[in-house]
Design a protein around this ligand. Structure first.
Ligand code: ADP
Ligand code: MG
Length: 628
């Protein structure tokens, strides 16, 4: 038996580890299972290159909880340690045996999937244990070793009688950590961190029903047997080659990841690179709603199949955090702050690789099956629009497949749209006017009016659409987006119609005075226009610019501070060629004239959805009086 002092420079590192090393005490189990996995994978590598002349077999890792004895056991069948190795790897804090192994076996070991590298993981055991024992037998022909440490820097190391190869770690759980003696809590941890680790992990047993023997009667119970309860799937879909898995496998894996999710994913993207960085994973496009925030934090980050976090901020571009799935990369430095992470060269490359893959996938879906892409558009547009807004590189690619649906559900790319409308949707400055509605119901009468003119009307109803239109207007030449109920529409109509007014200038003067007398001109700019006699007599429009600024303010447009409460501004366009307008002009009694104007204004307000509350009640009452 040998005794000694653990080789650390500070007098007592344990309180430090306990308090500061990891903020989450629960990760001790992940660390110990990672070490057990490393020990198993190292043995696999050594047997494969003939350096270890033992049978590799079908090793597993077993977790046992002894609630009475207040102990947790982590048992592996890996390469084990000789007592010299315990001295070296365990007693020298912050010396990583995993790193040493990878350096020693360089190229060949790169793909072994070995996890450790800081050389501190083992000590996380002291976050929950007051005493830790290691009983370990190396694959080399040497006696087993028994190490024990009570959380002070003093340890004991002696020979042990353990016969079978591998390592058993025994945690004597501390008083403040007894939650980890609950089976349910351990199951929870195993599911969170170890669900896809590469070596089978056993936690207890379960009863399995066997098929009934031949000739069994209907009422005979099926025989059962106790089997190992393996909690993980050692070969998750993302570790396989895309060519080796089917669509069904991807869907199955999605269900494994999100057992509580009932919707199927719309499609997936398999990530797989090994140069200049190592990254695998599968991203899924779920059905998305317009609520940007609720759907974040669903992508899980792994390193060599060990769960690390579900906060991928800084690693995945923000607009893609709405996707789901798994990313696995040993190359992401996690011991640094998030802001440092974003500046890291490798991480930047990873982020732009993911963006490119997503764009390429969308592009191929668009090209290969446009009909299907159109059918899915509403469920995926929010990610694409958000991406076009925030990443210029993505914009350039997405510009070719982003769709602009019309209110009648035809879908155009931007280029197709330009082609389609260039013949009859230019304003007096020869700018291409892209008409759109944001709400099919509320803007119904305006949509109808535009359609009668033969204009295409897009339906653009995403929450960030105002920002995207601004961006499109900035990056394309000579186009302008105009909502169907906005003032710019007049420009379009004016150029088209070239109508001659039925009213003389003098009559127009009189009409304008009449209108101003009745209508408070503060809220409306009154405009007389000669339009087609079938168009509405009174139309309320809104300045496109002001309205859009307001919308952008609401959805958090940067730099829009100080614009505070922008006033509501409306135009009242009066069609001088409409019969009712002539009637107003020719009405002799002032009272009746006022009534006609008010009623017409209310109808215009009603069709823009502006008539509410007391005004609406009053209007309805007045209308009943008129019809009776
Ligand atoms: P790291 O895993 O980063 O190398 P750890 O502190 O987790 O650092 O472990 C230190 C070293 O102790 C490991 O590299 C390994 O050599 C050794 N070790 C820990 N657990 C085991 C185990 N279960 N079987 C064999 N060796 C182990
Ligand atoms: Mg480790």
């Amino acid at each position: 038996m040998s005794q000694g002092k653990i080789n650390v420079s500070v007098e007592n590192i344990f309180p430090l580890i306990k308090k500061f090393l990891y903020s989450d005490h629960e990760i001790f189990l992940r660390e110990l299972i990672s070490n057990a996995t490393d020990a198993t994978l190292k043995l696999k590598h050594l047997t494969s290159i003939g350096e270890a002349k033992v049978e590799y077999g079908n090793p597993k890792i077993e977790i046992k909880v002894d609630k009475e004895g207040k102990k947790i056991h982590i048992i592996d069948q890996g390469l084990g340690m000789t007592s010299d190795e315990v001295e070296k790897y365990i007693n020298q804090v912050a010396f990583s045996g995993a790193e040493e192994f990878l350096n020693k076996y360089e190229d060949g070991a790169k793909d072994t999937g070995i996890i450790g590298h800081f050389g501190l993981g083992f000590y996380s055991a002291f976050m929950v244990a007051e005493k830790v024992e290691i009983i370990t037998k190396s694959f080399k022909d040497e006696p087993a070793a028994h190490w024990s440490c009570d959380g002070s820097p003093n340890f004991t190391l002696e020979e042990s009688k353990k016969e079978d190869r591998g390592t058993e770690i025994i945690l004597h759980v501390a008083e403040d950590s007894t939650e980890f003696l609950e089976e349910g809590r351990i199951t929870e941890l195993l599911n969170k961190y170890n669900k896809f680790m590469p070596v089978p992990i056993k936690f207890g047993t379960k009863t399995e029903t066997l098929p009934k023997p031949e000739g069994a009667k209907e009422e005979d119970e099926a025989p059962t047997q106790e089997v190992d309860n393996i909690i993980n799937n050692p070969n998750p879909a993302w570790t396989k080659q895309p060519a080796d898995i089917e669509d069904e496998d991807y869907k199955g894996f999605y269900r494994e990841l999100y057992p509580m999710q009932f919707d199927e994913p719309l499609f997936h993207i398999h990530l797989n690179v090994d140069y200049p960085f190592n990254l695998t994973g599968i991203l899924y496009f779920p059905k998305l709603t317009n609520d940007l925030n609720v759907q974040k934090d669903k992508i899980q980050l792994y390193q060599n199949q060990v769960f690390v976090t579900d906060n991928v901020e800084g690693i995945v571009p923000e607009f893609l955090t709405m996707l789901r799935g798994v990313i696995d990369s040993p190359d992401i430095p996690l011991n640094v702050s998030r802001s440092y992470l974003q500046a890291d060269g490798a991480v930047k490359k990873i982020s732009s690789y993911i963006t490119r893959k997503v764009a390429d996938k969308l592009s191929s879906l668009f090209k290969n099956n446009r009909e299907d892409f159109e059918a899915k558009w509403n469920d995926i547009k929010i990610v694409i629009e958000y991406g076009m807004l925030s990443e210029d590189k993505f914009f350039d690619k997405a510009d070719k497949f982003a769709l602009y649906p019309t209110v009648d559900e035809s879908f155009f790319t931007f280029e197709e749209l330009q082609e389609k409308i260039k013949a009859n949707q230019t304003d007096k400055d020869d700018k291409l006017v892209i008409l759109y509605a944001s709400d099919k119901e509320a803007q119904h009468s305006y949509i109808e009016a535009a359609k009668t003119k033969g204009y295409e009307v897009l339906l653009m109803d995403s929450p960030i659409i105002a920002h995207l239109m601004q961006k499109l207007e900035g990056s394309k030449e000579n186009i302008t987006f105009v909502r169907v109920d906005s003032d710019h529409v007049d420009n379009l109509i004016k150029k088209e119609d070239n109508q001659i007014s039925k009213l003389s200038d003098e009559e127009k003067e009189t009409l304008k005075t009449d209108l101003e007398k009745t209508i408070e001109s503060k809220s409306y700019t009154i405009q007389l226009e000669a339009m087609d006699s079938s168009a509405s007599p009174f139309i309320i429009t809104e300045p496109e610019f002001m309205r859009r600024m307001k919308e952008m303010q609401q959805t958090g447009g940067g730099g829009m501070f100080g614009m505070g409460n922008m006033p509501e501004m409306y135009n009242l366009v009066v069609n001088t060629n409409h019969e009712l307008v002539s009637e107003i002009l020719n009405t002799k009694t002032a009272k009746k004239k006022e009534r006609l104007i008010n009623q017409s204004l209310d109808l215009a307000k009603l069709s823009k959805g502006l008539l509410k509350g007391a005004e609406l009640t009053e209007f309805i009452k007045r209308s009943y009086d008129m019809v009776k």
